[in-house]
Design a protein around this ligand. Structure first.
Ligand SMILES: *Cc1c(COP(=O)(O)O)cnc(C)c1O
Length: 363
């Protein structure tokens, strides 16, 4: 994984959220502050704004495309800037170079959650990121059989710049060693592995590691097909009268398309949302009518998956938080799989017909 992401080294963890937790706790402690894109996975928002907040580490969430607000939100005690390459589920693409500049101007690292792109579509370290997190549960695994995570370090960030006492002063949890002095460019990874992962206990189990390595063997072939199928599905939906909008990067505004061309030249992934005319009820009817698409909260599976975020993945967020994360009540999220495109569209067409029939009945 270090090689695929272009990093110095990597740490395997029990889940994507465990990888993120290890990253955060390696750099921040009570009294510190984090800055995070608002356009991220609901579980990340909850982890930062509830669990990590209870540890005394506060997070400010800022829209990922509001770079001025992002810059203005950095505080003297900010330790990390977090974003997703492609936001889950809004699909918002982050301007990695610009965010890296903001972070580096303030002496803090940029951590990029690269789950939706996988290292096949984007290598954030080549665009200025210092740390990368993967939920290996998704495209890396590829078959919905495993939960796992990876934390990659570029090895380029200077954690001895005075802002990271956890790394640059004697550690009572590790023989009184000063990580930056003892381990040099490996300081972050050594603390993340030998101290934080050890104490959190979120190691990746051997069987899961084996399954993930099998998945990674076919990553390039799967990603090509995921991207191609997603484009065809998005085009089909865009032409359908009962579909209000399709948030696929191919149809985004000029700025987002420019970011996609710059950071994701092989395609902007296979997870995107669309809105049904008819709102929340239409979403439920649509999903109930599908046969081939599985109703599941996972993404990145070889099988095509569909979910209604407002009643599932984002149900623990308030309406405001949900809107801030880019989720509308009528949003349906697709993770387009590897099946024959004609079968996928046949099934979606059945779902849309059920929506139309339901609308007639209730009228
Ligand atoms: C699923 C997901 C996570 C969390 O990963 P787990 O392996 O389920 O802990 C983090 N970020 C993104 C973008 C995800 O889609």
């Amino acid at each position: 994984m270090a090689s695929l992401e272009g990093g110095l080294g990597a740490l395997a963890t029990a889940s994507g959220l465990a990888a993120q937790l290890c990253g955060v706790l390696s750099l921040a402690q009570a009294g510190d502050h984090l800055l995070c894109s608002q356009n991220v996975y609901g579980g990340t928002i909850t982890q930062l704004s509830v669990t990590i907040k209870r540890m005394g580490i506060e997070t400010t969430f800022v829209p990922v495309d509001d770079l001025a607000a992002m810059r203005a939100a950095v505080r003297p005690n900010t330790r990390l800037l977090l974003c997703e390459t492609i936001g889950n589920p809004s699909g918002t693409i982050a301007d990695l170079h610009a965010l890296a500049s903001i972070a580096h101007d303030h002496g803090i690292p940029l951590l990029v959650d690269n789950t939706f792109a996988s290292p096949y579509l984007c290598r954030p370290i080549e665009h200025g990121a210092d740390l990368v997190v993967q939920s290996a549960t998704k495209f890396l695994c590829g078959h919905g059989t495993t939960v796992g995570g990876v934390l990659v370090d570029s090895g380029r960030f200077d954690f001895g710049n005075g802002r990271f006492p956890l790394l640059s002063t004697e550690s009572p949890g590790y023989h009184g060693k000063v990580f930056t002095e003892t381990f040099g460019e490996y300081a972050f990874l050594m603390r993340a592995r030998a101290e934080v992962l050890r104490d959190v206990g979120a190691q990746l189990a051997p069987m899961d590691a084996w399954l993930l390595l099998q998945g990674i063997e076919t990553l390039p072939i799967r990603m090509e097909r995921h991207v191609a199928n997603a484009r065809l599905v998005a085009n089909y939906l865009r032409g359908h009268a009962d579909v209000a909008w399709v948030a696929h990067p191919d149809f985004a505004d000029a700025q987002q398309r420019e970011l996609a061309a710059r950071y994701l030249p092989r395609g902007a992934g296979a997870v995107f949302t669309f809105g049904l005319r008819g709102g929340r009820d239409a979403g439920r009817r649509f999903i109930d009518a599908l046969e081939l698409w599985s109703h599941l909260a996972n993404v990145g599976d070889a099988k095509s998956l569909v979910i209604h975020p407002a009643s599932t993945t984002h149900s623990q967020l308030s309406d405001d938080e949900m809107r801030n994360a880019g989720v509308a009540p009528e949003s349906v999220r697709l993770s387009v799989g590897l099946e024959d495109i004609e079968d996928l569209i046949w099934d979606l067409n059945n779902g849309l017909r059920a929506v139309a029939a339901g609308a007639t009945v209730s009228a």
